[in-house]
Ligand binder design. Structure first.
Ligand SMILES: C[S@@+](CC[C@H](N)C(=O)[O-])C[C@H]1O[C@@H](n2cnc3c(N)ncnc32)[C@H](O)[C@@H]1O
Length: 384
């Protein structure tokens, strides 16, 4: 496909997203009905769509409208691309640019955040708010976790290099590697397929590294999902690792991932929890706004409403309370989110402590993209 045809494809996909389709679904549906497109075309179109979603307000402002076409005019202007060459009206490219569509001044006012999130983020980030907001417009780096059960970081770097994937150590965690070349080869590489490395952001790895894990512990990942946090914990110590999720289907890949990594994960249904022995550590990676990972999932940023957010806050408090009953009398409860919103993090922990005076905070950490990682929050709570 020529660059202009890729732009036209992005316009059509963005129109579907604006009508309510989730971005991933719209991209997949387009790829299915466009068998002529190769993997490079699909990747380029995806980049256009995600670049727009990261800066939707700015693109709409410069492109003077909230349609796929205006957003792409805005994006390409912000990227200093030759608009007339791309909107030439030939082949499979978009129609010629009309005089009224000429973009407005590139100087953008305002930000690329939903209204409800602005006070939340300001409260957490203080004077870093503008810097973090600017970072959220960028593409996120690809980060790997080297699996300490199978390798160490220098060996993983060398093994990946032999497979044409260049990485460098990430300062946030002793297991984290930033991919600087060859990101698209990772899933097919022997290093990934044999479980030497996993995809995981550096802040999640740093949060796991800071936990008081010891050999022999019984650990429960209460909101396990795909099991990323469970696998990262199991790589660090010998113990019994159990996984639970309110939607068990979300854990369907976990057994295969655990096997690849050389661990065992015991899947527990909600009913099993009632009769389970207490756990030394319960990790709650609760459902959240995802504001810390809006670089990776910018669609999520525009989908959540204030009402959704308030419902999430209630659910988070319920999960924290339920999970606290599953911990041994001297055990550890970890509350984590991939959010930078005040109400989801420190406020949520403070509210829990007010109603559960038998718990105290051992550590509470907020990561932000200014540390070259996704925003993430973890509070380690100990029973008194
Ligand atoms: C942030 S995701 C977990 C991601 C996962 N820990 C990982 O590292 O891949 C939150 C998970 O919580 C689950 N969840 C939602 N409500 C829950 C509840 N009441 N109890 C337990 N899990 C719940 C969701 O199904 C979702 O998989």
């Amino acid at each position: 496909m020529r660059p202009a045809a890729r732009v036209q494809a992005a316009i059509e996909i963005l129109d579907e997203i604006l009508e309510g389709a989730p971005a991933e679904r719209a991209l997949t549906a387009w790829a299915r009905r466009s068998r002529f497109a190769g993997s490079k075309d699909r990747a380029a179109i995806r980049d256009h769509v995600y670049d727009v979603l990261r800066r939707r307000n700015s693109c709409a402002q410069v492109g003077k409208g909230l349609t796929g076409r205006s957003l792409m005019i805005g994006l390409l202007t912000l990227q200093d691309q030759d608009l007339d060459a791309l909107f030439a009206g030939d082949g499979y490219g978009p129609d010629k640019l009309q005089p009224a569509e000429r973009p407005s001044d590139k100087a953008v006012v305002g930000n690329d955040l939903p209204e409800w999130a602005i006070p939340e983020l300001r409260q957490t980030l203080g004077e870093d708010f503008e810097l973090v907001e600017a970072k959220l417009k960028e593409r996120a780096p690809v980060i790997l976790r080297c699996n300490l059960r199978k390798t160490d970081r220098p060996t993983a770097i060398e093994t990946l290099r032999q497979q044409s994937i260049e990485t460098e150590p990430h300062p946030a965690s002793d297991t984290a590697l930033t991919v600087v070349k060859g990101a698209r080869q990772i899933a097919q590489s022997a290093a990934y397929q044999s479980g030497l490395v996993e995809l995981q952001d550096a802040s999640s790895q740093a949060a796991i590294e800071a936990l008081p894990l010891r050999n022999g512990m019984r650990v429960l990942d209460y909101c396990a999902g795909g099991g990323g946090k469970l696998l990262a914990m199991a790589a660090r110590v010998e113990g019994t690792f159990c996984a639970h999720d309110a939607i068990p289907l979300r854990m369907q890949d976990l057994p295969v991932r655990a096997k690849r990594a050389g661990h065992k994960a015991h899947i527990l249904a909600s009913d099993d929890l009632n009769s389970a022995k207490p756990f030394d550590l319960v990790f709650c990676d609760v459902p959240c706004s995802g504001s810390g990972s809006w670089r990776r999932d910018p669609d999520g940023k525009w989908r959540m409403t204030r009402q959704d957010f308030e419902e999430l806050l209630k659910l988070q408090a319920e999960i924290l309370d339920q999970a606290s009953h599953l911990v041994t009398s001297d055990g550890t409860l970890v509350y984590a989110t991939c959010s930078m919103c005040h109400s989801e993090n420190t406020e949520q922990v403070a509210a829990f402590l007010r109603t559960h005076p038998e718990w105290s905070i051992q550590a509470q950490t907020q990561w932000t993209p200014l540390q070259n990682c996704d925003g993430f929050f973890a509070a380690v709570l100990q029973k008194l």
